[in-house]
Write a protein that binds this ligand. Structure first.
Ligand code: SF4
Ligand code: SF4
Length: 445
């Protein structure tokens, strides 16, 4: 298949990066690079979605990756996953056969799946601070995205997602859900919560979003970037950490930060050689100088991984949440980073010794009990209605091409990309009737 046809198929199917913020894949894949990397590291504890893809759709992953290698002109195609996933490794080896695809087997550390960390592990090159893998000739794409690309090459748009439902639930496992399904319906399939007053983490335990009001959770739906749902008891460490008010964080940063540098020394960005020192952001924030101090702008280099606050800090402070708050303020004020972007190889010398082992991280997070929960195949959800957001990706919302009362079939186009805009198409995920059109399109079976 030639490059234009490949990109057209990916665009038509509405494919976005499923492991991250949802960057439209037809734009990302248009580049010429030296290395394409399929990311199956799934470094967040408790998630099994990428493992499921590699075990059950290995041929699709290899096929899509080979096509991607061809259209980007890459010399190398690599599938990266954790060494501990022996079954998935064997399935991938069998699917690869004699095709020019390598496997990169990584140790069980966090955040192995961070795309800048992964590029360094696979290519030995360092993505510049605030930069993209493209700048060092690499594309990183999630294995789930490649499964969707493989379907796109068969003319099938992205309509369903697999997600892990785990934690305090009756029957933890993987649900295959139409996009737009309520997350509460996915939870029902998993046996519902088994604690009286649950809270929810949408995504993984480290980088996921905490929802602690039942009414808010009832509105949450499966999107193209959904990968997991974790149920926890109210008052769990992760709940309290995510909901502490910002002014408390400031008081605590001012009163208790001992400037020990542990947050900086274990930060994966610092260990890539970036000039990011998060303890200096803490100092600026604690003194209320986050919009004036040069050091506060370093926060823009933070990838939100959470190593600093969940593992490194001996005082129980929240450098990650403080970086997020500072980033928001800087972006609102259109303040960019104009300091040094020099990468220091000297900082990377500790990289191999300061990796955070996932079991120890899980113990710190209070989720070790859930690490070995079974992951049953919970089958496909068939909801009576879906609410499909027109914006599930980076860029502008899709423009609706249907109106209330229209009848659609699963896979029909609901929203298209506005002319000359960055965006992704949106498709129907069931056969039914359009009930309403707004920021989301509601379909009734
Ligand atoms: S690890 Fe904690 S106490 Fe030490 S500098 Fe960082 S935020 Fe401050
Ligand atoms: S969350 Fe913490 S450890 Fe992770 S990149 Fe940001 S400052 Fe570094």
């Amino acid at each position: 298949m030639d490059k234009q046809s490949f990109l057209a198929a990916v665009k038509a199917a509405g494919i976005v990066g499923e492991g991250g913020a949802g960057f439209p894949s037809h734009v990302k894949f248009a580049a010429e690079v030296a290395t394409v990397i399929a990311n199956g590291c799934e470094c967040e504890p408790l998630l099994h979605t990428d493992q499921h893809h590699m075990l059950h759709h290995a041929e699709r992953i290899v096929r899509a990756l080979c096509q991607l290698k061809a259209v980007t002109g890459a010399d190398r195609a690599v599938i990266a996953l954790k060494r501990k996933h022996a079954d998935a490794t064997e399935r991938l080896r069998a699917a690869i056969g004699s095709m020019p695809v390598e496997l990169a087997l990584l140790d069980d550390f966090y955040p192995a799946g961070d795309e800048q960390v992964l590029v360094r592990e696979v290519t030995g090159r360092t993505v510049p601070p605030l930069g993209l893998p493209l700048q060092v000739g690499a594309i990183v794409t999630n294995v789930g995205t490649l499964v969707s690309v493989s379907h796109a090459l068969d003319g099938e748009p992205l309509t369903h997602k697999d997600l892990t439902v785990t934690g305090e639930v009756g029957r933890p496992g993987l649900v295959h859900a139409p996009i737009g399904s309520r997350l509460s319906a996915c939870l029902d399939v998993a046996g519902g919560p088994i604690v009286p007053d649950p809270v929810y983490v949408i995504g993984g335990p480290l980088m996921g979003r905490v929802v602690d009001r039942a009414e808010a959770f009832a509105e949450e739906v499966v999107t193209k970037t959904s990968g997991g749902l974790l149920v926890l008891p109210r008052g769990h460490y992760l709940h309290l950490n995510a909901t502490a008010p910002l002014h408390h964080l400031r008081v605590r940063a001012a009163a208790a930060c001992i400037q020990c540098r542990a947050c900086t020394d274990l930060c994966p960005r610092q260990l890539l050689g970036h000039p990011f020192e998060t303890h200096r952001v803490m100092r600026a924030f604690g003194s209320g100088a986050e919009l004036t101090a040069e050091s506060a702008k370093l926060a823009l280099m933070c990838c939100d991984c959470g190593v600093c606050e969940h593992f490194a800090c001996p005082m129980g402070l929240s450098p990650r949440r403080i970086n997020q708050a500072v980033k928001e303020q800087l972006r609102a004020g259109r303040i960019g980073f104009d300091g040094s972007r020099e990468v220091s190889e000297a900082r990377t010398l500790w990289r191999a010794f300061r990796r955070v082992p996932v079991p120890r991280l899980a113990a710190r997070l209070g989720i070790a009990n859930y690490l070995d929960l079974p992951t049953a195949d919970l089958g496909e959800l068939a909801p009576p209605r879906v609410r499909i957001p027109l914006r599930q990706h980076l860029g502008v919302p899709a423009r609706p091409v249907v109106k209330p009362g229209d009848r659609v079939r699963c896979g029909d186009l609901l929203g298209d990309i506005p002319p000359d805009a960055l965006g992704a198409r949106v498709h129907a995920s069931l056969d039914g009737t359009v009930a309403s059109v707004g920021e989301a399109i509601v379909l009734v079976r």
